[in-house]
Ligand binder design. Structure first.
Ligand SMILES: [Zn+2]
Length: 487
């Protein structure tokens, strides 16, 4: 028996702006991954993108992450499924009643407020209401079944899924949602000829909620995974495991035992806020061990939010990784959205992204790339660097760190943000580097990877005083190779 899929690299698309990264670099990836809420807010853009990618000579696939977990997060906080939205004063109550599926008498005062700051003429009759974001409401309607009524007023709880009916409804809806997202878009008669030619998703994800230790969600997820595998018989079904590294440490054996019983073909991991460059050796070993052990059970493991360490795990059994042009090398479960975009420069020999100022400082301290010749040799010779770097590392500040005019922020402080050109350059330089890294790594064995690491560690040892993330990765991979040779 073989692991069904190996050495895959996916590109996540999270916003309309990121479409250009898919169009220009997507053909080098194994597939494009989009979140369900984005599919609901930009169905036209994503459908046409998926069809375009599938029609390329090497046919790039797509998958839709159903993000069901968002419905069990506290929606009274910023960056949740709800937000403050402007509406006409006389329509505010009706909107809340319809959005939240409640009676007018249940509207709380805290969900309405007057507009902050000076009002324009157009806003004279408007107020703000705290209500569901449209994309999440649509996603809930398509995935949750009867439970969609609850999310207007509270987060979903494990007890909501104690009955088979609610759980099976969630599972069948979530599967059908992913299978039909494209078809639904093209269901109109004028597209009927087209309908048979629509590409199907590369993978179908199970619904998922974050599990913590022994709380009720752990049991709910066990039932969801096994019901999902009974319901969806395709070879491309993926059980999603969203938990903390602590959970993997304390309950890893129980999880492995359970997966051995239900035998999924694929498991997708989302480790809550697990920054691989900040992680301890012990945590990296827990993570690597889990991947290796699932592999022994012939389960392929994908990391939904991983950095370069996850890619170095390919020879140890990692099957796939999702890259993102913006955020995405680690992501917290909560909040579900938020954060300001930053221009970050990927340093190839360090395998991490840093702010442009930090990256420049690190290159100076490691004595790398001062001249153009050295820059191409030691830092990067991707097409973007070839275009913008003229003298050497000093140019990254001008080219990758380019700032726009000052803008006044909500907090009253004037700030300058990276220009969209600078963001694009950072993103493309990063994606080119990841692809180069990926192509090199997928051919290597574990011991060859350790050899490469030695060189990278030497480069950065003086700068990091021997305690950097590279040293941790090296130690963890050494432990994993020893374990593998003992098995
Ligand atoms: Zn570059």
């Amino acid at each position: 028996m073989n692991i069904p899929h190996k050495n895959l690299i996916f590109l996540r698309v999270s916003s309309n702006k990121e479409k250009k990264y898919c169009l220009k670099a997507g053909s080098f990836f194994s597939g494009i991954l989009a979140k369900g809420n984005f599919m609901e807010s930009s169905p036209g853009l994503l459908s046409s993108l998926f069809i375009k990618m599938a029609s390329l000579p090497q046919s790039v696939g797509y998958a839709i992450d159903p993000v069901t977990y968002v419905f069990c997060m506290d929606s009274s906080l910023d960056g949740s499924i709800k937000s403050w939205q402007k509406v006409n004063k006389d329509k505010a109550e009706a909107r809340l009643v319809s959005d939240l599926e409640i009676d007018a008498g249940d509207i709380e005062k805290a969900w309405l407020r007057t507009l902050k700051g000076p009002k324009s003429k157009r806003d004279a009759d408007k107020i703000e209401i705290y209500t569901l974001r449209r994309a999440y409401k649509k996603l809930a309607e398509k995935t949750l079944g009867q439970l969609k009524k609850r999310i207007g007023t509270r987060a979903l709880e494990p007890s909501d899924f104690k009955n088979n009916k609610e759980r099976m409804e969630l599972i069948s809806n979530t599967v059908q949602y992913q299978e039909n997202a494209l078809k639904e878009r093209f269901s109109k008669k004028k597209f009927s000829e087209f309908n048979n030619k629509l590409p199907s998703p590369q993978f179908i994800f199970s619904p998922y909620f974050p599990i913590h230790h022994d709380d009720g969600w752990f049991n709910v997820m066990k039932s969801i995974w096994s019901d999902f595998l009974n319901f969806y018989k395709g070879d491309n079904g993926v059980c999603v495991l969203q938990c903390s590294i602590e959970m993997l440490d304390s309950h890893g054996d129980e999880l492995k035992k359970f997966f051995d019983e239900i035998k999924p073909k694929h498991v997708a991991l989302w480790l809550d806020n697990f920054g691989e460059d900040k992680a301890s050796v012990d945590d990296l070993v827990v993570f690597g061990n889990f991947v290796m052990d699932l592999n022994k059970l012939y389960i392929s493991v994908f990391n939904l939010y991983g950095g370069s360490f996850s890619m170095f795990l390919y020879p140890f059994g990692m099957s796939g990784l999702v890259c993102s042009s913006g955020y995405g090398e680690a992501k917290g479960v909560d909040p579900i959205s938020g954060g300001l975009p930053a221009a970050k420069f990927y340093i190839k020999s360090r395998h991490t992204r840093e702010s442009v100022a930090t990256a420049y400082d690190l290159l100076v301290r490691a004595d790398m790339g001062e001249t153009l010749e050295n820059y191409y040799k030691d830092v990067c010779a991707c097409p973007i660097c070839k275009r913008g770097i003229e003298q050497g590392r000093i140019d990254i500040i001008r080219f990758y760190g380019e700032l726009g005019e000052e803008v006044m922020c909500k907090d009253g402080v004037a700030r300058r943000f990276p220009t969209s050109n600078a963001m694009d350059r950072c993103a493309f330089h990063f994606l080119f580097n990841k692809l180069m890294e990926y192509r090199a790594i997928k051919k290597l064995t574990g011991s060859e990877i350790l050899e490469i690491f030695k060189k990278d560690i030497e480069t950065w040892n003086d700068v990091d005083n021997g305690h950097g993330h590279l040293q941790n990765w090296y130690s963890a991979l050494t432990t994993l190779s020893q374990k593998r040779s003992l098995d």
